[in-house]
Design a protein around this ligand. Structure first.
Ligand code: ATP
Ligand code: MG
Length: 278
């Protein structure tokens, strides 16, 4: 997967990661190599997500009410809104954790209405997810948690090891690779979750408050990494409350939720016209 200047075997591998500007630039350079070698199968349609009059209720409570939007391939979309506005609920629907019964939704070529159980793993091969509560396995190492995303895809061990080490290094976690996750700080666990969502170079990344536990410098560094994936054509939907995070991607669209409704939707560069339903 990685040739020549392997991004994982330099003498600096053992160095502690510092988030200085030159180090960040180096990591971004490494990520570019990583992304160039990751070949995407690619969803044919230009539309990555299409949501049409979607609603969701927990019993009598409607967490999402009649929302519609589209996300073009390669677009970056922020989901904002107060606590309880419905951001996590929407993301959970988009990766098949909650059923689509009211309205319609398609993601990466999968129609989510009546999604069959056996299709869920196929959907998740195309979609990387950073959960708000991480959902990493505490007794397993950093390496194992990240590797899992490639094991389910049946990647050969040698390629898998290179890729995992590359993304772990890009996250500044190389000195923790073989620590179990229960021994990591909240911010380190969050970076493991981000690494796992990215390691397979998915077509779409759904990230739920991915920088919620991180300080300013680390937030900026990780936003640079998300932006690199975006530059290489990955679509991103990121839920956030943070103005700093929104300001990191000025070209992104912002979809503002309030009490389960979309109250504003920024301009999209890709038009819905002429697009066929997936
Ligand atoms: N499993 C559940 N059972 C009942 N109600 C739920 C459940 N999950 C979420 N809700 C409710 O749905 C609404 C939307 O929740 P959601 O988690 O989507 O909000 P959010 O915008 O992600 O909030 P936050 O910014 O705090 O993460 C909330 O009022 C919440 O209480
Ligand atoms: Mg949430």
């Amino acid at each position: 997967m990685f040739s020549g200047q392997s991004i994982v075997t330099t003498s600096e591998d053992k160095d502690q990661f510092h988030f200085k500007a030159d180090e960040t630039l180096k990591v971004i350079g490494l990520l570019q190599v990583f992304l160039q070698y990751c070949v995407q199968a690619g969803t044919k349609s230009r539309m990555m997500v299409k949501v049409d009059r979607l609603s969701y209720n927990f019993g009598a409570y409607w967490a999402l009410k009649d929302i519609s939007f589209t996300l073009g391939k390669g677009e970056f979309l922020f989901l904002t809104g107060h606590s309880g506005a419905g951001k996590t609920t929407l993301l959970r629907m988009l990766y098949g954790a909650l059923p689509v019964n009211r309205g319609r939704a398609s993601v990466a070529g999968f129609q989510l209405n009546n999604l069959r159980k056996r299709q869920i793993p196929q959907l998740r091969r195309k979609v990387g997810v950073v959960f708000q509560d991480f959902k990493i396995l505490p007794k397993r190492t950093v390496f194992d948690n990240v590797a899992m995303a490639l094991e389910v895809r049946g990647m050969p061990r040698m390629n898998l090891e290179r890729r995992v080490r590359a993304i772990v290094r890009a996250m500044g976690l190389e000195t923790k690779s073989y620590s179990t996750c229960e021994r990591l700080s909240g911010g380190e666990q969050q970076r493991v979750a981000i690494a796992r969502s990215m390691v397979a170079n998915p077509e779409l990344i759904l990230a739920d408050e991915p920088t919620g536990n991180l300080d300013f410098d680390l937030t900026m560094h990780l936003m640079d990494i998300f932006k690199q994936f975006h530059t290489y054509g990955t679509s991103v939907i990121m839920a956030t409350h943070s103005r700093e995070v929104l300001d990191c991607v000025p070209e992104a669209r912002i979809l503002h939720l309030q009490d389960g409704c979309i109250v504003t939707d920024g301009e999209s560069s890709i038009n819905e016209e002429n697009e066929e339903d997936d």
